[in-house]
Every structure is written in structure tokens, then in C-alpha cells.
Design a protein around this ligand. Structure first.
Ligand SMILES: Nc1ncnc2c1ncn2[C@@H]1O[C@H](COP(=O)(O)OP(=O)(O)O)[C@@H](O)[C@H]1O
Ligand SMILES: [Mg+2]
Length: 453
């Protein structure tokens, strides 16, 4: 069967079985993304009002965090001048107030938990229990309808309610996203490409604050779950990781004890100490999902510099180098499943066998293409609308290399007593949206795999 046939039957398989998946526990990061599309004139007026001389130095060198309005405007200019993304923590209340009054054009669900809750619960109808660090009305309103639950502590223990019924009126965790197009001009500067600056007015996610309901009743909450997906560790730093790490380890031990497979969705983790610590607990997870930059950054802290460099040297990424890196990671940590995604193909290494591993990847690639193509995926039948998106041409060479090296057949090979599963992905040439596409891929593949079992 060709890839199109495999795609079609994988979709049918997952659509027919996904209703049987039990509750998925999602922790820990959820926030509000407030997007402002910058206007040159407005920004210029603000810079003049704050004092151009005070603002400009920060466009040369970013501050460590934002404590004043000139720092905020200067940091935005820093991004514009270079066409580069940057994200800084906004500590000062008066700057937070300034950003709030400046306003937004669009509010979006932010944080991996929030994004995956809306996809799994709101689109696929798979019940989820979400950790939401702060549940404000604004935050609650961003959850889709469907079987999405947050635990509420009451007299008779934990009750699961939809976030809109939680009614706690907690704080807003807002990530203000200032977007600009290529060629955007302000003062004498012009943006070489489109990008964004993010000011995080959020005291909870960067410190990975875990809610008391989760601290105190994790056993009871976990009892209700069949699978777990963990994310949000990337924002931790050497200064603040210790306390949350103790809780996370306890949570993982409990999940393992109950036989609940947990997936870690990796994201780029700038702090090297935290990256090493994550490596240290990876064996407690069933599964991990990552891209080429993230895999290379892990190889670096494992002392595998040569492989790390190889992973970033070619386009498309050299699949033999990826396989070697995944083998090293699996052998070092004991993690049972590694799902690698890059532009054009996915590879998964598992210590178990079956076509369902590959088929779950196909379902995930279709979901990713649907999201890129449509912007918003409303229900599982929207996913199949991506069937006509062509398979990435460059993936043929990748498939050829894997066939030659590992005698791969229909995307499946045996490598060092592991199963290697490969799929070429469908790539949307002009995507409507790429926000949260990695989270879409990983959660669809992980949950899809358990649906197909
Ligand atoms: N236009 C597109 N069509 C289909 N898939 C895409 C497209 N652009 C990116 N992707 C997929 O999305 C993935 C992005 O995931 P990742 O790098 O983890 O970023 P993030 O987690 O920020 O979404 C890529 O590896 C690629 O597989
Ligand atoms: Mg990602």
C-alpha cells in the first residue's frame, strides 16, 4: 500500500477507536495569549511619550526582565530591528497595567495544557483533566465546550467540573504577544522578517506553580485518569526548579505505580541545569516528544557534541543521526517511546512493536496538516480534510536513506531491539496557523496510539 492508502486507513482506525480512550490528565502550563498586531504610528507615539533616549538603549541590549515602560518599548524595538523573537518576564505592576490598557486584538488559549485540552477534549471528544494554574474568567472563556474538566475541591473530595463552571475568579496569567510583519517600520528601523516580542505578565507558569488541589489530592485525581501528558518544564530555571521538581517526581512515581503511561512534551529549555534534571527523570516517563533543536540540546548535555551538530547540519534533518540520537537517549534513560518530529517527517523509537505506532503518527500528521490548512479544527471530521495536502517531497530521500540503512518496509524497521517507525508528513505550503502545531502532533500521536491498541 502507498502512503496515501496508509494515511486513509490510519485515520479511519483512529476515528473509530478514539471514543474508547479514558480520561487524559494534562499538567501543568496554561495561560492566556493576548495578541497585539503592532502599528508603526502607535508604537512611535508611545516611544516619544516614554522618552526616545530612555527607550533606545534597550533596543541595543535586552534587559534581563521588564521593570519599566521604556524597557518594554525598547525590547519590542530590539525584536523589530532584528526580526527575532524574544520573551521577557514582566515584573512591574505598573507595566502590566500599561500593557493591559494598550490592549489586544485577539485572545487565544496559551500554554501546552490549554492547547492540548482544547484539541483532545474540544475537538476529539477525549475527556481530559487539566491543570490550570490560575482560573480567571478570561482564562475560562478560552476553553472549548466538551469533556474538559478541572478538579474542584469540595466537602466530598474532588469534583470534576468544566473550567467555565469553576467560578473562582483567580488571577490572569497573560502573555502579551506583540507581532509585526516583515518590513514593519518604526523610527528609522525596518523589520527584516516577521516575528514577535512576548511580555509575560505571569507569576505562575514560569515558576511552575502547582495548584493545592493537585498537591493535596493527586492520588484521587490520578485515579480518574488513564493517560497523562506533562509539559511546561521548559520555563524553569536553575534558581526555581527544585521545589516543583520534587512535586513532579512524586506525581510521576504515583502515575507509574498505577500503570498510567505519561508522555513528556519537551520544549526548548534554555537553562542547562534544568535540561540535565529533565534528562535525569526521563526514565519515569513512558514517552517523550521533541523536535530537532530539542533533541540536539539533549545530546549536548549528554556530552554527545558530534551528534548534536549533525542533527542541526542538514535540511531535511539526517534521519540516521536522529535514530542514533534516539537510541542513545532510550538506552541511557529507559524511556519506552521517543517521538521525534521535524519539518517533513516523524520518527518514533519504541521498545514495543506494532503497526499502530506508525498509524498513530499518520493520524497526527493529518491533524497537523488540517490545523495548518484550516487554522481551526472544529471536530475530528475536519482532520480528514487534509487528505489532499501533498506529502513533502524531501521526505522521499529520508525514506530512501532509512530503507538502505535499516531495511525499513512500509515505515517500520527493527533497530537494536527497538522498533523504528517512520512517516513522511503532509506539509501545507501556506499555513493559516502554526501556533501549537507541535503540541497537536505529539498529543494526537500519543493518544492515537492508545486508541489503536
Ligand atoms: N506548514 C506546515 N504543515 C504541516 N506541518 C507543519 C507545518 N509547519 C510546521 N509543521 C510541523 O510542526 C512541527 C512544529 O513543532 P515544534 O517544532 O515542536 O514547534 P511548536 O511546539 O512550537 O509548535 C514541525 O516539526 C513540523 O513537523
Ligand atoms: Mg514543540
Amino acid at each position: 500500500m502507498g502512503w496515501d492508502g496508509l494515511y486513509a486507513s490510519a485515520f479511519e482506525g483512529v476515528r473509530n477507536s478514539i471514543g474508547g480512550v479514558g480520561k487524559v490528565l494534562l499538567a501543568y502550563n496554561t495561560n492566556i495569549d493576548a495578541i497585539r498586531y503592532l502599528k508603526g504610528e502607535d508604537l512611535e507615539e508611545r516611544i516619544e511619550a516614554a522618552g526616545r533616549d530612555k527607550v533606545l538603549p534597550y533596543s541595543e541590549e535586552l534587559p534581563k526582565r521588564i521593570e519599566s515602560v521604556p524597557q518594554l518599548l525598547g525590547s519590542i524595538l530590539w525584536s523589530v530591528r532584528r526580526g527575532k523573537a524574544a520573551e521577557l518576564f514582566v515584573e512591574s505592576c505598573s507595566v502590566r497595567f500599561y500593557m493591559r490598557r494598550w490592549g489586544w486584538d485577539e485572545l487565544r488559549m496559551g500554554g501546552q495544557v490549554g492547547i492540548m485540552a482544547n484539541l483532545l477534549g474540544g475537538v476529539y471528544g477525549v475527556p481530559v483533566i487539566a491543570h490550570v494554574p490560575q482560573l480567571s474568567r478570561l482564562q475560562a472563556g478560552l476553553f472549548k465546550d466538551g469533556p474538559i474538566y478541572v478538579p474542584k475541591a469540595g466537602n466530598e473530595g474532588i469534583k470534576l467540573v468544566h473550567p467555565k463552571e469553576f467560578e473562582a475568579g483567580e488571577e490572569n496569567c497573560i502573555h502579551y504577544i506583540y507581532e509585526f510583519p516583515r518590513g514593519f517600520s518604526v523610527l528609522d528601523f525596518e523589520a527584516p522578517r516577521e516575528n514577535r516580542f512576548i511580555g509575560a505578565a505571569d507569576d505562575y507558569n514560569p515558576n511552575l506553580v502547582i495548584r493545592p488541589e493537585f498537591e493535596e489530592n493527586f492520588g484521587e485525581i490520578a485515579q480518574k485518569a488513564e493517560l497523562a501528558i506533562i509539559s511546561g518544564l521548559q520555563s524553569l530555571t536553575e534558581e526555581n526548579y527544585r521545589e516543583p521538581f520534587e512535586t513532579i517526581k512524586a506525581h510521576l512515581d504515583l502515575l507509574e505505580e498505577r500503570g498510567i503511561p505519561a508522555h513528556l512534551e519537551f520544549a526548548f529549555t534554555p537553562d542547562e541545569t534544568v535540561r540535565k534534571e529533565i534528562l535525569g527523570i526521563l526514565g519515569k516517563f513512558w514517552s517523550v516528544g521533541l523536535n530537532e533543536v530539542e533533541l540536539a540540546s539533549i545530546m549536548e548535555v549528554m556530552g554527545e557534541k558530534a551528534i548534536a551538530e549533525k542533527l542541526l547540519a542538514h535540511d531535511p534533518v539526517d534521519p540516521i543521526a536522529v535514530t542514533e540520537a534516539m537510541l542513545k537517549l532510550a538506552e541511557k534513560t529507559g524511556v519506552r517511546r521517543i517521538h521525534f518530529h521535524t519539518y517533513g517527517y516523524y520518527l518514533t523509537l519504541t521498545d514495543y512493536r506494532g503497526e499502530f505506532v506508525r498509524d498513530a503518527l499518520l493520524f497526527a500528521a493529518l491533524a497537523a496538516a488540517a490545523k495548518a490548512k484550516l487554522g481551526d479544527v472544529r471536530n475530528i471530521d475536519d482532520v480528514v480534510k487534509a487528505m489532499d495536502v501533498p506529502i513533502n517531497e524531501k521526505a522521499r530521500g529520508v525514506e530512501g536513506a532509512l530503507t538502505k540503512e535499516y531495511s525499513m518496509k512500509d515505515g517500520i524497521a527493527e533497530v537494536n531491539s527497538y522498533q523504528l517507525s517512520f512517516i513522511p508528513t503532509k506539509i501545507v505550503a501556506k499555513p493559516k496557523s502554526t501556533v501549537g502545531i507541535g503540541d497537536t502532533i505529539s498529543s494526537s500521536a500519543f493518544v492515537g496510539e492508545f486508541a489503536l491498541r
